[in-house]
Design a protein around this ligand. Structure first.
Ligand SMILES: NC(=O)c1ccc[n+]([C@@H]2O[C@H](COP(=O)([O-])OP(=O)(O)OC[C@H]3O[C@@H](n4cnc5c(N)ncnc54)[C@H](OP(=O)(O)O)[C@@H]3O)[C@@H](O)[C@H]2O)c1
Length: 252
């Protein structure tokens, strides 16, 4: 993709993958807005960086998305790239009686409805730009579920399918639709994950991911080497074995 001169919104840009991708794109000469619920972490992301901006947003709240999108377009009329990166991942216990559905519902609202509603709110504006992109952050778990986080895995599978449909519908427009499917990366998304040796270091993940974004014809699915085995699990005929290995070996 064109890596300079864009105006880019990164949701969940106050930490982890979103923060580091936002900083990388800013360093390449883009105006970058980071959004999330915690103003202090967003301020930390942009500290000392001219051309980076912070806006609070709760992607689980339809009214807040609507408010945010209107203000964003007014403040940044050149906005042409949306990274739907904000997300939550929480384990669920389906042996509990009763089953606590609060996590399930929050996951669906944040990880599925969040990107869908935000894309809908910004799409007319994006379509009016000379070139635009929507990047949806899914997960390797969209392809092989982590049974300990059923709603999370299902939310990413749903976002994967939704992204494919959106890409098809927008195929003859100026809006390119990209899926970014990370493997396990050392961030704070779940307790203890930042230091989990078996997960990919955040800086390595971001460096490899940026290689794909630097290619002019960025692939429709950006998948670092480590995530490719999960992406190809079904097609390679190794799904059952990979599913068992992933879930029996889970350290979380
Ligand atoms: N790390 C991994 O292993 C991994 C693997 C595959 C996919 N991913 C995906 O990568 C994306 C980034 O995750 P990460 O690993 O970088 O974790 P992270 O550091 O926890 O980042 C998630 C971000 O989303 C924001 N967020 C959560 N709920 C929100 C809401 N309702 N409204 C607005 N912002 C919200 C959080 O900020 P606030 O809490 O301040 O709002 C946080 O900055 C997620 O979509 C995740 O599913 C991560």
């Amino acid at each position: 993709m064109k890596t300079t001169g864009n105006t880019i919104l990164v949701t969940g840009g106050g930490s982890g993958i979103g923060r580091e991708l936002a900083r990388e794109f800013h360093a390449l000469g883009n105006t970058v807005i980071v959004a999330g619920r915690t103003a202090s972490s967003l301020e930390e992301t942009i500290a000392g960086r001219d051309g980076m901006h912070a806006r609070t947003l709760d992607v689980s709240d339809a009214a807040d998305i609507s408010r945010f999108a209107k203000a964003l377009i007014a403040d940044f009329p050149a906005l042409n790239v949306l990274f739907n990166n904000a997300g939550i991942m929480v384990k669920e216990d389906w042996l509990a009686d009763p089953v606590d559905l609060s996590v399930t519902e929050a996951t669906v609202t944040t990880n599925i409805l969040g990107p869908i509603r935000l894309t809908a709110a910004l799409l007319p504006h994006l379509r009016a730009q000379p070139l635009a992109r929507v990047v949806n952050v899914t997960s390797g778990l969209a392809y092989v579920p982590l049974a300990h986080a059923p709603a999370y895995s299902a939310s990413k599978a749903a976002l994967h399918a939704w992204t494919q449909s959106l890409r098809y519908q927008l195929r003859d427009t100026n809006v390119e639709v990209i899926e970014l499917a990370p493997p396990g990366v050392r961030t704070g998304i779940t307790p203890g994950q930042e230091t989990r040796e078996s997960y990919m270091p955040l800086e390595d993940f971001v460096a490899e991911t940026m290689e794909s974004f630097r290619i002019e014809d960025t692939p429709a699915e950006v998948c670092v080497q480590r995530a490719k085995m999960l992406r190809a699990a079904e097609a390679s005929g190794n799904f059952d074995q990979i599913f068992k290995g992933l879930n029996d070996g889970y350290e979380g």
